[in-house]
Design a protein around this ligand. Structure first.
Ligand SMILES: Cc1cc2nc3c(=O)[nH]c(=O)nc-3n(C[C@H](O)[C@H](O)[C@H](O)COP(=O)(O)OP(=O)(O)OC[C@H]3O[C@@H](n4cnc5c(N)ncnc54)[C@H](O)[C@@H]3O)c2cc1C
Length: 387
């Protein structure tokens, strides 16, 4: 077995790390407190080609392997998880357009999405349905050579920059099972009736906006139906979420690593009873548990990503990686705060921000319990096994 990154992957990680250390880490806490959008960082990410990580070279992207894809989210999240969010649903949308789009859709959108000239996101969740996507109420009715879309989407990350925004709709609300009547439509910004209504106030994950979006009689040409065939939306979205789960697993890993790094450093500097607190066994036990679990999460994640690189479905593998890494992240950020004592609760120390960013990891792209269901389904059906 070979647990090493390839030379190319290591070089790529080094480039990402020095970008994050130079341009993201020094400003992250201040900009997130100010509620500032990281425009300058976005510009550098464009120059680095990071908006094209899932897009093949044919369309001007980097066409990264999935292990390198996870490195992007891990490294950026060591600096600021919110910035990774700017690339997250954008990359998922690009992946879906390249995999399922018509030749015209790919030619029209992918080259500009790859450079970041166009950006994207993903519009699935509604006020009444998140996990249960078959329960969505947004409807697209065919009217000549257009669809007319009505509904409300919520928690849509990157909504203010997305153009197009892939939106999950029901093209046949009477279909049973419901997923057979669901489709994805690419809605362009500026289409009359498409309104990004408000930014939702949130605990963490700042830097990128998460919005409520209203679709009020939005007329979209039929050419914007992803893949050109109705009824495939749910399948398109679910296979995209496999990639999304690797991305959230990698973000979890980055946040957890940052928490561990901060805790280790602080424990060597802070003195109590005449010695550094890192000399106390109680602190050492915490550090040892954190490091062990973070490293286990890393191995699980890289394994899931390399399984995806073999071109197979990785619902179980990405589910395991996302479940474990996100729970480790939640635990590690709390432990880092405990190690910091009262200072961990202060905005002057980074662990306060990491602690607020962590909970989204156990919710976004499917909650931990949903990950458990996905894993169990693969095992019980006999599609996958372990050992
Ligand atoms: C900051 C942020 C950004 C987001 N960005 C986006 C985005 O860009 N695009 C987008 O479409 N969505 C986005 N989301 C939405 C996110 O994907 C959903 O919140 C998530 O999928 C959970 O859905 P829900 O909130 O409706 O919870 P619910 O589905 O209502 O779940 C509530 C609870 O019930 C449990 N539950 C539900 N069904 C089952 C079941 N069958 N078995 C066992 N337990 C179950 C869940 O595990 C959870 O604990 C974002 C959310 C947040 C907070």
């Amino acid at each position: 077995m070979d647990f090493e990154l390839s030379d190319e992957q290591q070089m790529f990680r080094d480039t990402l790390r020095s970008f994050v250390e130079k341009e993201i880490t020094p400003v992250a806490s201040e900009w997130e407190r100010e509620g500032r959008y990281p425009t300058e960082i976005v510009e550098t990410m464009k120059e680095m080609g990071l908006f094209g990580i899932t897009i093949s070279e044919e369309y001007g992207g980097l066409g990264l392997d999935m292990v390198s894809f996870t490195l992007v989210f891990e490294e950026i999240s060591r600096g600021w998880m919110g910035v990774a969010g700017i690339l997250g649903s954008h990359s998922l949308a690009c992946w879906c357009i390249e995999k399922y789009g018509t030749p015209e859709q790919k030619a029209k959108y992918l080259p500009e999405l790859a450079t970041g000239e166009r950006r994207s996101g993903i519009g699935l969740t509604e006020p009444g349905a998140g996990t249960d996507l078959q329960g969505i109420r947004t409807i697209a009715v065919r009217d000549g050579d257009h669809y007319v879309i009505n509904g409300t989407k919520t928690w849509i990350t990157n909504a203010r920059y997305a153009n197009p925004l892939p939106v999950l709709v029901k093209t046949d609300p009477t279909a049973t099972p419901a997923h057979k009547g669901m489709s994805v439509i690419l809605v362009e910004a500026g289409t009359p009736g498409f309104e990004v209504q408000k930014d939702l106030p949130k605990l963490g994950y700042k830097g990128t906006e998460s919005c409520e979006v209203l679709l009020d009689n939005v007329r979209v040409p039929v050419e914007n139906l992803l893949g050109g065939v109705e009824g495939r939306g749910m399948q398109q979205v679910l296979s995209g979420l496999e990639t999304g789960r690797l991305n959230v697993g990698a973000r979890s890993l980055g946040v957890a690593q940052a928490a561990y790094d901060a805790a280790l450093k602080y424990s060597r500097e802070r003195e109590a009873f005449g010695k550094p607190i890192s000399d106390f066994q109680a602190i050492q036990l915490k550090l040892a548990d954190m490091a062990t679990k973070i490293q286990a999460a890393r191995l699980l994640l890289y394994w899931a990503a390399s399984e995806a690189d073999k071109g197979k479905r990785v619902d179980m593998q990405s589910g395991m990686a996302k479940l474990f890494a996100s729970e480790v992240c939640a635990e590690a950020t709390l432990e880092a705060m405990r190690i910091h004592g009262g200072y961990g609760y202060s905005q002057e120390f980074v662990v306060e921000r990491l602690y607020r960013d962590a909970p989204l990891m156990v919710i976004g792209e499917g909650t931990s319990d949903i990950m458990r269901s996905v894993i169990a389904r693969s095992l019980v059906s006999g599609k996958e096994s372990i050992g």
